[in-house]
Design a protein around this ligand. Structure first.
Ligand code: PLP
Length: 471
């Protein structure tokens, strides 16, 4: 090391002096001593590396404090934060699925910050049941005798398999052995639940006599999985719930349905495609029905199970139920959400998921027209912005084949920029904007844009971000 370089390194201020500086005072008040010391130490180390590499960085105390501030701000910035979902998929699993109504958010906040009667009966002063806050409403809305809840529908399926068919055979149609998002495969869940899967019928066709022949002394459960994220078309046959229910009853075996995206109201009344409701499925004879809280129900992540009182009681006695139980925030959300479903007429105004799904293509196109000039203005040098018709999808496996006519903004890059770079710049905004790339352009489907002012306000940064770096 030459003398000069050693001199530079020695000249770096000591930690003690840095901590006494004015700039560090602000940081200490904001982040506390351990964090600030770490950040200053890392900043000094980075400076030493730069000096060794032959650079001549500024080494005075305010400069070093600035470097530390940048580190601290980056480390303390929110990792999980709101984004604009302009993908065209309304219930997008990677973007948090259903958006909660404001009243539901308020109910969550009310219990989150203090003590609540989560498992406490205010009438008797004794221990209560956390499911009680939602069970009555679930029964009222579905016609079920009893209900219970767990953390998500995958957990609901795990719990019901493990409770009703541990070390027994579960009969499922071969066409229903679905995988959901790569992480939830019915055969794997069955194995983990301790059940033996018995596939019945062929992929495209399964008949009642296939099930009747498969029932044996070790059969613990007949299960139907709602084919929610794909559809087998052509020469197909599936066994109706009613027939399976009758067979199950005759042989004294429970019959459960995994409905996936269970809806409590008939969506066809809003002009959406029909999806079997939880109530219909129970009336068709299912003993238990499991469904998600954050798909068409429009609520928090949860798995809801409704059906026969004796079977629900068995689920609740399973120690797995304790491991899979919902927290107070989920229960507060469900308790505030479920009553909204009692008034289907006002549901689209009150439930964001349904409001977005029923938004008309004309409304969305009008929104696109109002935003195009601003977007076009900021992007003028980099891309051409036009209004395009597009198709949204419901998402989360619900009604996969049915698409909803929508409208969007198409950002077609000019020379020297790529669609990928524009998409990255959109993701880099303070409220990241997530679109999709199609045919070399970025498409922003505006169906789920509910705060156009906040969206438009950050657009000027976009042009700057794209001009900032070379293409
Ligand atoms: C979505 C889905 C699940 C999983 O539900 P989560 O709430 O995401 O855990 C299970 N079964 C079916 C049929 C589904 O559509």
């Amino acid at each position: 090391m030459d003398g000069n370089l050693r001199g530079e390194l020695v000249r770096l201020p000591s930690m003690e002096r840095l901590l006494q500086g004015e700039a560090a005072g602000d940081l200490l008040r904001c982040y506390g001593r351990p964090e600030v010391v770490d950040a200053l130490r890392e900043s000094l180390a980075a400076l030493r590396d730069e000096i060794r590499a032959g650079k001549q960085p500024a080494c005075d105390i305010p400069e070093i404090a600035d470097r530390a501030r940048e580190r601290l701000e980056a480390a303390h910035a929110a990792r999980l934060k709101p984004v604009f979902n302009l993908t065209g998929t309304v219930l997008h699993t990677n973007l948090g699925r259903a958006t909660l109504p404001a009243a539901v958010v308020a109910a969550v906040a009310a219990v989150a910050g203090g003590a609540s009667n989560l498992e406490f009966d205010l009438g008797t002063g004794k221990r209560g049941d956390r499911d009680a806050h939602v069970e009555e409403w679930l029964c009222r809305l579905t016609g079920a005798e009893a209900a219970t809840i767990v953390n998500n529908n995958a957990a609901a399926v795990l719990l019901l398999l493990n409770t009703l068919a541990l070390r027994k055979h579960v009969l499922v149609s071969r066409g229903e052995l679905v995988e959901i998002g790569g992480s939830f495969r019915m055969p794997e869940i069955m194995a983990r639940a301790g059940c033996v899967l018995r596939e019945v019928g062929a992929t495209n066709r399964t008949h009642l006599h296939d099930f009747a022949q498969a029932v044996g002394p070790r059969t613990g459960l007949i299960m139907k999985v709602h084919a929610s994220n794909y559809r087998i078309e052509g020469f197909t046959a599936e066994v109706e719930e009613k027939a399976l229910a009758a067979l199950a009853r005759e042989r004294g075996i429970p019959f459960a349905v995994d409905l996936g995206s269970g809806s409590l109201v008939d969506l066809s009344r809003y002009g959406l495609p029909h999806e079997p409701t939880v109530g219909e499925t129970l009336r068709a004879g299912a003993d238990l029905v499991a469904f998600s809280g954050d798909k068409l129900l429009g609520g928090p992540q949860a798995g809801l199970i409704v059906g026969r009182r004796d079977l629900i009681a068995r689920l609740k006695r399973n120690p797995l139920k304790r491991a899979l139980r919902c927290d107070k925030m989920t229960i507060a959300a469900l308790a505030a959400l479920l009553p909204l479903h009692a008034d289907p007429e006002r549901l689209p105004e009150r439930l964001p998921a349904l409001r977005l799904l029923t938004r008309s293509a004309q409304d969305i196109a009008a929104l696109a027209a109002s935003l195009r000039p601003t977007l076009s203005g900021t992007l003028d040098a980099h891309a051409e912005v036009s209004i395009v018709p597009c198709m949204s999808q419901i998402g989360s496996g619900a009604l996969p084949v049915e698409l909803l006519p929508s409208a969007g903004l198409r950002i077609a890059p000019r020379e020297r920029v790529s669609a990928r770079r524009i998409a990255a710049a959109l993701r880099g905004l303070p409220i990241p904007v997530i679109g999709r790339i199609e045919g070399g352009a970025v498409i922003l489907d505006l169906r789920c844009l509910e705060d156009p002012d906040a969206f438009a306000a950050q657009l000027p940064r976009l042009g700057a971000a794209l001009s900032g770096r070379d293409a």
